[in-house]
Design a protein around this ligand. Structure first.
Ligand code: ZN
Length: 211
């Protein structure tokens, strides 16, 4: 229980960063100036914590698990070992990672492009060098790209992967999903993805004078 609570607390910087980047609550400079160090520093404390519990928490559901299948994951630059509480959660985890691997080029391209736009367009607008673009355009582009990346990944239902002893490749480090459980991250993708898709389309409609 304590691990689950600490995991949620360590996950909090993720929504805080997203809120700072999309709401700009402290103005452009302070919001981005706080969001970027928060984002970059997160892995230095969250990853060791998640890795330290990798064999005693289920990477799919986040519950305590001292028994159950181990899953070796080929993360970027690291081969790491995690546990799942049972065979079916192991298969769901593999299914998600296999889908992420298939979509890796799109996921990386959309997310990194979106991040660049949500940082540079508001900054350029604040300096008066963005032409007709406004900060809200960068935010809408980010929301649209992230939604179009995570909605196909999360899908409508959890999928089972293949049963194999081979390491599973992952396009992104998995410590963030380990903090609250992969299933919870996929639900967040579905909910936030749909809301962000709607907000981005509404922004486009407003900017083009449709509404
Ligand atoms: Zn589980």
């Amino acid at each position: 229980m304590r691990d689950r609570l600490v995991g949620v607390l360590l996950f909090l910087p993720v929504p805080i960063v997203l809120c700072l980047l999309t709401q700009l609550p402290l103005g452009v400079f302070y919001s981005i100036g706080i969001a970027l160090p928060l984002m970059i520093s997160h892995r230095f404390y969250a990853r060791p914590w998640a890795l330290g519990r990798g064999r005693r928490r289920c990477l799919w559901c986040g519950s305590a698990a001292v028994e159950g299948p181990l899953v070796v994951i080929e993360e970027p630059g690291a081969l790491t070992t995690w546990r799942c509480c049972g065979g079916h959660h192991g298969l769901y985890l593999r299914g998600t990672l296999e889908r992420a691997w298939k979509l890796r080029a799109w996921l990386k391209g959309a997310i990194f492009t979106g991040l660049a736009l949500v940082v540079f367009i508001p900054l350029a607008a604040a300096f008066g060098v963005a032409g007709p673009l406004r900060a809200a355009d960068g935010v809408a582009a980010f929301r649209l790209l992230v939604a179009l990346a995570v909605l196909p990944l999360a899908g409508l239902r959890f999928r089972s992967g293949r049963l194999t002893d081979r390491p599973v490749p992952a396009p992104f480090p998995v410590h963030i999903q380990a903090l609250i459980g992969t299933w919870a991250v996929l639900w967040l993708f579905r909910l936030v993805g749909l809301i962000w898709l709607a907000l981005a389309l509404l922004h486009v409609a407003k900017r083009s004078g449709i509404v």
